[in-house]
Design a protein around this ligand. Sequence first.
Ligand code: HEM
Ligand code: MTE
Length: 481
Amino acid sequence: SASLPFFSQEEVTKHRSLEHGVWVTYKGGVYDITEFVAMHPGGEKILLAAGGALEPFWSLYAVHSQEHVLEILSEYKIGNLNVDDVKKQQSVVSSDPYSSDPERHPVLHVNSLKPFNAEPPPEILSDSFITPSPFFFKRNHLPVPQVDPASYRLQVEGLPGGALTLSLQDLKTRFPKHTVTATLQCAGNRRSEMNKVKQVKGLNWGIAAISNATWSGARLRDVLQAAGYRADVAQWARHVQFEGLDKDVTGTTYGASIPLNKAVSEDGDVLLAYEMNGEDLPADHGFPVRVVVPGTVGARNVKWLGRIMVSAEESGSHWQQNDYKGFSPGTDWDTVDFKSAPAIQELPVQSAITAPADGAAVDRSAETLTVKGYAWSGGGREVVRVDVSLDGGKTWQAARLRGGEEEQQHGPRPAPPPGRAWAWKLWELEAPLPPDAQRMEIVCKAVDNSYNMQPDSVPPIWNLRGVLSNAWHRVQVEIRE
Ligand code: HEM
Ligand code: MTE
């Protein structure tokens, strides 16, 4: 490569379109990637870096910090950048959009650092009915935006009353404070089990991309009414769109929408939450305001909420249109048509075993074994039963549904109102160890009050994006004599 020519930044900058060629720089090298643009898995976004440095973009999209990405890039090297121009790039190249992300608890299993995605160890998850905020799973698509609570404004648009602008203080003082205990689950929870069947695209979540918290804030319904919502709006409007304040390199914000009827229903319990577990929302969970849509997939619970729009259409955002949808196991990336499937809203019934861990060993001398886990269903459907098998699904026993710590102090948790079972149930089964076996396959499956049950295996529900992974959960345990 010593024989490769040197180019000035000025020369590189001239190559910023398919017509004039697309050049980029990376660590002092100059690359002509014109031919690669059409093959880029991340699509046309690649053109944003045309004529300049890749580093600021790659630091935003950490998928690129892999060996095979650098190998691809190396094929397109045409030269080196002048030493003076390399020096001038320094501040741009080393700026990290994630540098103001908050501190996180070291116990979390990190799936991706930038953007930050992490889940707690399963055994911590089933320790408490309410997940302490530091342990609550975190799913960010972009850097955490820094929002000044004093100048924060929420825009509410699309209603006959005209636009309404609310400060944080307005939200707290003009509307009654409402508290809901609700479980959030990412559509990709348990994706790693799908990955074992056949590779899927996405973060390799274990079983803990789900957590439960109390959320307090104004009801979305009350805010929409203050902004002019009346029953006749439902004649033309169908959806409520949300926009976050987190932005990608193009300035596009995170966005999603939910059906209008969920948003305005008295029983929907949709919140514009400013508190989580009795404290201000933590930065990772949407400070100062996030939407909490109980019973609905995590993706619609928009954090760092900036704008609400009542509209005839669903959100046009990438995450509503081209992601978070389910497909047939036979659909692959060549045949997938994202328009053909509805956006995930309510989630199917789910459960998993948090203890013992997969691959754990128990001593024969223990005689009994305690199996623990969680169970939850979307749409406010209550989990009514969890079945556990210690022999791979041949025989079953019903687990005891726990109410959480409060159960000991205040007696059993009262049943949620019908159709509003937003919180998970933790469960437990204590059983004698099977006398002859050297190993056990422990299995769990939950039943909700519509008698929906989990499918027994992954292959029939496998999908290319690895979402909606809710097969019977199985862990292998060895019994040590
Ligand atoms: C994904 C290569 C520039 C945005 C990818 C992947 C490769 C790749 C190989 C797939 C990674 C995987 O999943 O294992 C490259 C190369 C680039 C380049 C060689 C420059 C020569 C860019 C730029 C941007 C970008 C400048 C943004 C402005 C993305 C995004 C994805 C992606 C968003 C994820 C797509 C998805 O998972 O749906 N890129 N990339 N890339 N790239 Fe790039
Ligand atoms: N809201 C914004 N603004 N940006 C995001 O990246 N991620 C969504 C949702 N809301 C996201 C967002 C997804 S996919 C999930 S699963 C939940 O937030 C995760 O919420 P948590 O981080 O509080 O657990």
